[in-house]
Design a protein around this ligand. Structure first.
Ligand code: ADP
Ligand code: MN
Ligand code: MN
Ligand code: MN
Ligand code: MN
Length: 343
């Protein structure tokens, strides 16, 4: 993610009051040097928890100078899909898992020599040695609430120094906007702790356990930061509902219809569900295998889980457990509505 700042002389009431801006796309690998201007088109406004007062944070879309969306701009197409299905009122609630790393590339708070004890006490853990960096996580939660991000909760995850926050339910395009802003706040607050939410996968082999070497990769929240050892990966479980799935009487049928449609486009979904997801979707560690679609009530080893309480009440939402923690929420929400409501 990138950011820059401008001073305004009049307070904007909405995105329409904000003007288009630009930046040097050759410095961000989004454009060639000889034709480097990328346009920033304001898309959503949040309150600025760092500067406070009347300051704002503006989430922007990137456009090329010929007016086409930049290749990195997935919001453009998600917005088109959401506009087509607005009458269905699609809601999304995403569970963003992520892993904290020290500036030196070591999992945050882990012993520098060796490993923490095996997984078990960390998930929703309480107490020193069981939770890592709670002050940082709390600062992020408060920043999201202040900014107006629809953050719905947080919990410590199965692997030590792995956490989750949930965003939603949000309608349509709002989900991507709010989740990206929550990610921005996480990285931004991490600056003050010297914490990174690393993209790099850290390889720990039995021989080099004390010397993990960070491997540079695309900026992302890596879905399997530790490939050796018995450590859970990180996902972006995507909960989805529509007016029909939320209606008593017909809800369960609508959920089953959506799952049937999703079963036919498994690989198309996997293609936009994040990089290196094959390292995570192994069929172990509470995942379904990447090469096979499956669905079940309360089944955490399936591609799609219908929560127990949804099956009992007969309406509600489904959980797509396939997306990786580094997936783009605009891509996830776009393909889910395309598959279930447009195709
Ligand atoms: P899990 O049991 O899988 O860990 P969480 O409690 O972490 O579930 O997350 C559940 C998510 O489901 C939340 O983000 C919430 O906003 C979302 N959610 C709840 N109801 C709906 C709904 N009707 N449609 C879409 N998302 C929903
Ligand atoms: Mn300059
Ligand atoms: Mn969760
Ligand atoms: Mn989780
Ligand atoms: Mn979940």
């Amino acid at each position: 993610m990138r950011c820059k700042t401008m001073t305004l002389y009049k307070e904007p009431k909405s995105v329409a009051d904000l003007k288009e801006w630009n930046f040097d796309g050759s410095s961000t690998m989004q454009a060639p040097g000889h034709d480097s201007d990328i346009f920033l088109r304001p898309a959503a406004i949040f309150k600025d928890p760092f500067r406070g007062g009347r300051n704002i944070l503006v989430l922007c879309e990137c456009y090329n100078n010929d007016g086409t969306p930049n290749a990195t701009n997935k919001r453009h197409f998600a917005k088109k899909a959401m506009d087509l299905v607005a009458d269905q009122e699609p809601w999304f609630g995403l569970e963003q898992e992520y892993t904290l790393f020290d500036a030196d590339g070591h999992p945050y708070g882990w012993p520098k020599q060796g490993f923490p004890g095996p997984q078990g006490p960390y998930y929703c853990g309480v107490g020193a040695g069981k939770v890592y960096a709670r002050d940082f996580i709390e600062a992020h939660y408060r920043a999201c609430l202040y900014a107006g991000v629809m953050i719905s909760g947080i919990n410590a995850e199965v692997m030590p120094s792995q956490w989750e926050f949930q965003v939603g339910p949000c309608t349509g395009i709002d989900l991507g906007d709010h989740l990206w802003m929550a990610r921005f706040l996480l990285l931004r607050i991490g600056e003050e702790w010297g914490i990174t939410v690393r993209s790099a996968r850290v390889f720990l082999t039995s021989l080099s356990r004390a010397n993990p070497s960070p491997v540079p990769s695309q900026p992302s929240f890596h879905p399997k930061p530790l490939t050796a050892g018995d450590w859970n990966g990180a996902g972006l479980h995507s909960n989805f509902s529509t007016k029909d799935t939320r209606t008593p009487g017909i809800g369960m049928k609508a959920i089953e219809d959506a799952i049937e449609k999703m079963s036919k486009r498994h690989m198309e979904h996997i293609a936009v569900y994040g990089e290196d997801n094959d390292l995570r979707l192994t069929g172990k560690h509470e995942t379904g295998h990447i090469s096979a679609f499956s669905a079940g009530v309360a089944n955490r080893g399936a591609s799609i889980r219908i929560p127990r309480h949804v099956a009992q009440q007969g309406y509600g939402y489904l959980e797509d457990r396939r997306p990786a923690s580094n997936a783009d929420p605009y891509e996830i929400s776009r393909i889910i509505v395309e598959t279930t409501l447009i195709h």
